[in-house]
Design a protein around this ligand. Sequence first.
Ligand code: ADP
Ligand code: MG
Length: 359
Amino acid sequence: DERLAPAPGGKSDKMTSVEIKGITKSYQPGVPVLKPIDLAIKPGELFFLLGPSGCGKSTLLRILAGLVEPDSGSIRFNDVEITRLPPEKRRAAMVFQNYALWPHLSVFENVAFGLRAAGEKKAEIEREVQTALELVRMDGYAGRKIPSLSGGQQQRVALARALAVKPALLLLDEPLSNLDARLRDTMRREIRRICKERKLTAIYVTHDRKEALSMADRLAVMDQGVIRQIDTPEKAYNAPREKFVASFLGDANFIGGQIDSAGRWQTAFGPLDADGISGTPGETVTAMIRPERIRFSDAPGNNVIEARLTGRSFTGESCEWEFEAAGEKFTVIESAPPERTPGRNYLLHFPAGHLIRMR
Ligand code: ADP
Ligand code: MG
């Protein structure tokens, strides 16, 4: 379809929207890996698929790239149906965890590969390779052989190879998992910078919540072939709709209870006020509060409970305190923590606005 493709290397600056409708996939009969997936990704968005290992993230990404065929459903790029198009017609470039570079070729030849395959002229290829290498800060390495590069440098080359063909869609599958923690931090910022500079639509797969929270414009939390929630990082973290999402994105305290005849929420800690929590008498209600939202209090009051300090884990800038009250355990994270005494009782305030009802 001409509307989709100037060939790789073409000059289309139009940002790509992606619409996924009812995509399903089983590799074996009766074992669905993707239950119907619906997802709309906006032009220029850096979108994350986040979920535990085996939940179907790579399968969905490969379906988008055209490397795996879905059983049903449709995919549209910029309103053009591409579900049955072969990979090379989609202008979707993929970056893999293991780089997948050609070790016997130079950096230049690796990055030039897609442009050569598309029949670009020599001068054009040289220009595009140079531009892509500059973008990933690897200019000056064009003549190097792949095995002489560090893991981080190899991943930059893999990124340059994907960018050189001016993809309509950039797909990244756990691209930083093989790098050490410090390098990963740098590369997170770099990849985000490049996507924004190039106004790329990108879909990034990871099981690492910090990666997703720190980089994403929006993210989808996946579990066993189902998308549980799609939101901005802030909304997904602060207002998860269910336990799985709450726990996957961070530490979470869950509090169970029941609505009493007066409409109040009765918990093991006594009645608690919580914004947005109401129900019919007898109804069971579970809420979540993040450990850093619980505050130490000087005086008793509404939503203040007394609890015994049972443990601590000090990291320098913050401390994770373990508490117990009414037979329930929970954690409190305090930044710039003072010294506190295990075994002692403390008063803790659970702000009504930070008790989030779970579905
Ligand atoms: P993720 O990327 O989230 O870890 P995958 O999409 O790789 O998940 O895998 C989802 C499920 O599909 C897993 O149970 C995995 O074992 C299975 N699977 C993935 N690829 C294949 C394949 N080519 N053949 C059979 N089963 C597969
Ligand atoms: Mg995977």
